[in-house]
Design a protein around this ligand. Structure first.
Ligand SMILES: *[C@@H]1O[C@H](CO)[C@@H](O)[C@H](O)[C@H]1NC(C)=O
Ligand SMILES: *[C@@H]1O[C@H](CO)[C@@H](O)[C@H](O)[C@H]1NC(C)=O
Ligand SMILES: *[C@@H]1O[C@H](CO)[C@@H](O)[C@H](O)[C@H]1NC(C)=O
Length: 233
C-alpha cells in the first residue's frame, strides 16, 4: 500500500513538473496585453498567414501533432511542448532545435505572428488559447537561447520547482494583485519573488535569473524595459 502511494506520488510529481510556467490569466488582462503589444510599425511587421501555417505544420510534425493544429489550439500546444520538455534533457534539446527551425522558417514574420495583438485581431479569436500559444514560444525562446546552458545544467530542479509551495506563493500573489492599473508592477514584483524562490530551491548562480526571465519573457512586449537582475555572485 505504501509503495503504491509512493509511486503514485512520483507519477503525479512527474505529471506536474513544468518548465513552462503553469498559471492562468483572465481575458481582460490578455486583451490589455494585446493592446500594449500593438506593433508600432504595422507596415513592416506583417505575419504572412501562408508562411505561418506552413511553418506551424512543420513544427507540429516533430510532436506528432495534426497538421490542423494552430495558434487556435494554444493550450494543447502548450501542454504537448511541456510534456516533451519534461521527458529528459535530450528531448529538450530536440525541442529547441525544432523551435530554431520554426524561428528560421518564419523569418521576419516570426515576431509579428507571435504577437497577441496580431492573433486577437483574427476572426473569432480565443483569448486563453492565443495567450498559451505566445507564451509557449516566448518560454522556448528564453530556455533555448539566453537560458539554455542554465536549463541544461539544472533541468531537474528548474522543472520541478513549479510544483513547490514557493512557486505557488509567488504566482498566487500575482493572481491576487495583478490588474489593469498595476499590470507591469505586478509582473516586476512576481519576477523578483520568483528570482528569490528559484535561488533558494535551485541556487546558486543563475537559477534565480532563469526563473525571473522565464516568467518575464511572456510580458516582454507588453511591459517594455522590465529586466530581471543578475544576482551578484
Ligand atoms: C483546435 O482548434 C479548433 C478551433 O478551435 C478546434 O475545432 C479543434 O477541435 C482543436 N483541435 C484540438 C485537437 O484541440
Ligand atoms: C528521453 O526520453 C525519451 C522518451 O521517453 C526516450 O525515448 C529516450 O530514450 C530518453 N533519453 C534519455 C537519454 O534518457
Ligand atoms: C487567478 O486564478 C484563477 C484560477 O486559476 C484564474 O481563473 C484567474 O484568471 C486568475 N486571475 C488572475 C488575475 O490571474
Amino acid at each position: 500500500m505504501r509503495s503504491v502511494a509512493l509511486s503514485l506520488l512520483v507519477l503525479l510529481g512527474a505529471a506536474q513538473a513544468n518548465i513552462l510556467l503553469p498559471y492562468q490569466m483572465p481575458d481582460e488582462l490578455i486583451q490589455l496585453m494585446a493592446f500594449r503589444e500593438q506593433p508600432q510599425n504595422a507596415a513592416i511587421s506583417v505575419c504572412n498567414d501562408i508562411q505561418f501555417n506552413y511553418c506551424q505544420t512543420h513544427f507540429n510534425q516533430f510532436f506528432g501533432m495534426d497538421d490542423s493544429i494552430s495558434w487556435r489550439n494554444g493550450s494543447y500546444i502548450f501542454n504537448t511542448v511541456q510534456n516533451y520538455l519534461m521527458m529528459n534533457v535530450t528531448e529538450l534539446v530536440k525541442v529547441c532545435n525544432t523551435r530554431t527551425q520554426f524561428y528560421q522558417c518564419l523569418g521576419s514574420s516570426y515576431y509579428p505572428c507571435m504577437n497577441l495583438y496580431t492573433l486577437l485581431n483574427k476572426p473569432q479569436p480565443d483569448f486563453s488559447n492565443a495567450f498559451d500559444y505566445v507564451r509557449t514560444f516566448r518560454g522556448l525562446e528564453w530556455m533555448c537561447v539566453g537560458g539554455f546552458s542554465e536549463v541544461v545544467a539544472q533541468w531537474s530542479c528548474l522543472g520541478t520547482f513549479p510544483t513547490t509551495k514557493a512557486y505557488q506563493n509567488c504566482i498566487g500573489n500575482f493572481n491576487q494583485t495583478v490588474s489593469a492599473a498595476n499590470f507591469c508592477p505586478a509582473v516586476a514584483q512576481t519576477g523578483v519573488c520568483l528570482n528569490d524562490a528559484y535561488n533558494d530551491a535551485c541556487g546558486p548562480a543563475g537559477a534565480g535569473y532563469f526563473g525571473c526571465e522565464n516568467f518575464r519573457i511572456t510580458f516582454d512586449n507588453s511591459c517594455w524595459g522590465l529586466r530581471c537582475m543578475v544576482d551578484p555572485q
